[in-house]
Design a binder for this molecule. Structure first.
Ligand code: GLU
Length: 478
């Protein structure tokens, strides 16, 4: 039978790393088994759901390469169907109308707290007569629909990640609210646990893969599946993503939304590759740089760990740098060019663009690094202390630069290619008995204002094409 998996995000915020990782595991398993990956937008919380968030979630999944196989379903369009099922549960006696007021619930909680008991509803209206119900309604009392949780029930399932999980009905907090509070004999808007069961059944979902924070919901949902006589899907609960302190990764951990990763300069392929290893691992990892399609061939939910997965920035950065290294120059340049355009930096030619891209490619970790690394080729680098110290204290430093200026003039050289640069350095070194190292360091200071930077020979070619090399050298001679 075809496996059908789904992501069911609530559009109450931007696409978060946790949801994206859940999406990824669903997607990988669907691909691995030749199944389908579907999306259901759980937008029934009218106050907190926003269409911008739906767009952001879908765009983010697309960006990561997690394509879906059928038109996404909006839960809000299925409310009347959910209500039909609540009616059905009322009819078969599996649910009932409960009039306990907010104040009464508060009072009950306070008592339980005082006695050191966990919060649970006392099911006080489970057996109201129809006369009592009418009376409550006519008194203007509002009500919710509650699903009867059998205290004696044992709920067991074989979780694909965690193995057997067992829950007792008595540990589920009493009868479960299925719908929001209403007046009269209306059925209020359906709540998560009911809607999710009805929709997963409707979408023929065979495998539910979601965060471990849903484990107790699964126990409740299994009871609803049983009451409605629906076929149970196979459940898997993924581990949480933890921060460096071992706590659940949250908005407080600076970066959590997928947009922010994009903004910081992570490539979608690298982030997706890294996310796959957040909780999942391969037995003999020879190579952890794998495309989603490669991972999908070896991915299995049973290899996902139970323990929380620590978010490791160093590993993510390393993976990102590997992807940047492997990129086609032209493709990488397109990303880099966007930054240059944003900065208002103009380059002399397309060829030059590719040369500079090539020069910085291997030292980039994030795409954004292109800004700092290409800046010296567009803007005058400030002289740093190590640069001035070198020019002032190293005997032949300024002399070398003067020789270079003279040589360029005498030989009438206006364009210094890499080959030419090597030749010039060699010749001056021989003619004036100056170590090549000194010549190169002096030039480096002229170009970059300090003693570090990218390959000097290639850099010279780039400065020369921009006609700024002579100016940069001369600024050190005054
Ligand atoms: N809307 C729920 C959430 O975002 C879905 C959980 C589920 O997959 O059932 O947590």
């Amino acid at each position: 039978m075809e496996k059908r998996l789904r992501l069911a995000p609530s559009p109450t915020g931007l696409l978060h790393i946790g949801t994206a990782r859940t999406a990824l595991f669903n997607w990988l398993y669907a691909k691995n088994t030749n199944g389908k990956f579907l999306i259901r937008i759980e937008d029934t919380d009218i106050v907190r759901s926003k269409s911008e968030f739906t767009t952001n979630i879908l765009d983010g999944l697309n960006w990561l390469g997690l394509n879906w196989d059928e038109e996404p379903i909006k839960q809000s369009q299925r409310i009347s169907i959910h209500k039909e099922y609540i009616k059905k549960l009322l009819e078969i006696g599996a649910a009932y109308r409960c009039f306990t007021s907010e104040d009464e619930i508060h009072e009950l909680r306070e008592k339980q707290k005082a006695n050191g008991l966990p919060p649970r509803h006392d099911n006080r209206h489970r057996n109201l007569t129809s006369k009592e119900i009418k009376e409550f309604i006519s008194q203007g009392r509002s009500s919710v629909i509650r699903f009867k949780i059998d205290e004696e029930a044992e709920i067991k399932w074989e979780d694909q990640i965690r193995g057997e999980i067992k829950w007792q009905g008595k540990d589920l907090g009493g009868d479960l609210v299925l719908s929001r509070r209403t007046l009269g004999d209306e059925i209020g808007d359906p709540l998560y646990n009911l809607a999710v069961v009805v929709d997963d059944n409707f979408m023929n979902i065979t495998h539910v893969v979601r965060g471990e924070d849903h484990i107790s919901n699964t126990a409740k949902q299994i009871l609803i599946y049983r009451a409605l006589n629906f076929k149970l899907p196979i459940f898997s609960h993924t581990p949480l993503i933890l921060n460096s302190e071992g706590k659940k990764l949250s908005k407080r951990d600076s970066v959590t939304s997928i947009d922010e990763f994009k903004e910081m300069g992570y490539l979608p392929e690298a982030l997706a590759n890294y996310m796959a290893f957040l909780g999942w691992s391969i037995k003999n990892p020879e190579n952890e740089i794998l495309s989603l399609s490669e991972i999908s061939k070896i991915f299995n939910l049973s290899d996902v760990n139970k323990a929380g997965a620590k978010f490791n920035w160093d590993k993510l950065n390393w993976i990102n740098s590997q992807y940047i290294k492997k990129m086609e120059l032209k493709e990488l340049n397109q990303f880099i060019k966007k930054y240059w355009n944003d900065m208002g930096w103009k380059s002399p030619s397309k060829e030059w663009d590719l040369k500079l891209t090539n020069l910085i490619q291997d030292s980039m970790i994030l795409l954004r690094d292109a800004i700092d690394q290409s800046k010296p080729f567009f803007c005058l680098s400030q002289m740093q202390k190590e640069g001035t110290d070198f020019l002032e204290n190293k005997k032949e430093a300024k002399e070398s630069l003067q020789y270079i200026v003279d040589y360029l003039k005498e030989e009438n050289i206006s364009k210094v290619t890499s080959n030419k640069a090597r030749e010039i350095i060699s010749k001056i070194s021989i003619n004036h008995s100056i170590k090549k190292g000194i010549l190169m360091k002096s030039l480096r200071v002229a170009f970059f204002g300090c003693l570090s930077g990218p390959d000097l020979i290639q850099s010279w070619e780039l400065f020369s094409e921009k006609k700024s090399d002579i100016y940069l050298i001369k600024r050190c001679l005054t």
